[in-house]
Design a binder for this molecule. Sequence first.
Ligand SMILES: NC(=O)C1=CN([C@@H]2O[C@H](COP(=O)(O)OP(=O)(O)OC[C@H]3O[C@@H](n4cnc5c(N)ncnc54)[C@H](OP(=O)(O)O)[C@@H]3O)[C@@H](O)[C@H]2O)C=CC1
Ligand SMILES: O=C(O)C1=N[C@H](C(=O)O)C[C@H](O)C1
Length: 246
Amino acid sequence: MTGVAVFGAKGRMGSEVCRAVEAAEGLSLVAALDVDDDLAAAASAEVVVDFTSPDAVMRNLSWCIEHGKHAVVGTTGFTEDRLDVLRDQLAEHPGVGVLVAANFSIGAVLMMHFAAQAAAFYESVEIIELHHPNKVDAPSGTAAATARRVAAARAAAALSAPPDATTQELAGARGASVEGVRVHSVRLRGLVAHQEVLFGAEGETLTIRHDSLDRASFMPGVIAGVRAVGERPGLTIGIEQILGVG
Ligand SMILES: NC(=O)C1=CN([C@@H]2O[C@H](COP(=O)(O)OP(=O)(O)OC[C@H]3O[C@@H](n4cnc5c(N)ncnc54)[C@H](OP(=O)(O)O)[C@@H]3O)[C@@H](O)[C@H]2O)C=CC1
Ligand SMILES: O=C(O)C1=N[C@H](C(=O)O)C[C@H](O)C1
């Protein structure tokens, strides 16, 4: 049995993860912790799953790494600087694995993969991400990750900036620029997690869309991550390799 602790256990994702861990063969939920709980209650866990908040996650991960716990992290808000901090901490604890993934749903992983493949072929690209209105971060981690991958593919194909004649703009009307890719964030009651990547060339467009209609969509990826993280010391970004995508 692999002992699993969940941080953020009372949240929308954490509560679903607790149920998924309890239902998974070979996994045992040994701690379900939320804000203000003592992390020491996770002492018997082999793997910690963190779905908390961008403000809390780095402190939680420091505790995990120092205490030799592998971690599966869905919390968003990761920058390159934050990932470098994790790499440095992990270098001092070589047996520990941390998996950080902006999105654990198979469809979102495929959407990002297909977008990276398409990126070299289109002059124009923009991303629209749409989420429930309780989400605290914008743009979403998935949109930021997609934009970075699209930007890398465009750079490799020597594409210049997408055409855009805008010279007069109400602040925010053209969205945020993530490495030169425009990202627009919609927050709407009734939504869960959705994203469109729009590509355009002369006379045609291509839209790649993914919808998470229920948080159950993230659970197979989280459980696969829990099972795999102990065999992957150091930092793993995304679940592509674990799922065999790409
Ligand atoms: N990678 C993926 O596939 C997905 C990632 N996410 C990300 O997961 C994160 C959580 O999302 P969601 O579940 O919707 O958010 P919620 O706000 O519903 O849940 C977060 C929970 O964590 C608690 N919390 C805050 N700080 C701590 C702490 N230091 N220790 C333990 N618990 C803490 C919160 O308590 P309180 O409310 O009292 O502050 C809350 O109960 C977000 O960053 C989101 O973007 C979401 C969906 C999928
Ligand atoms: O907060 C959410 O709900 C989600 N957050 C992640 C993100 O920011 O990309 C993943 C998914 O979009 C749901």
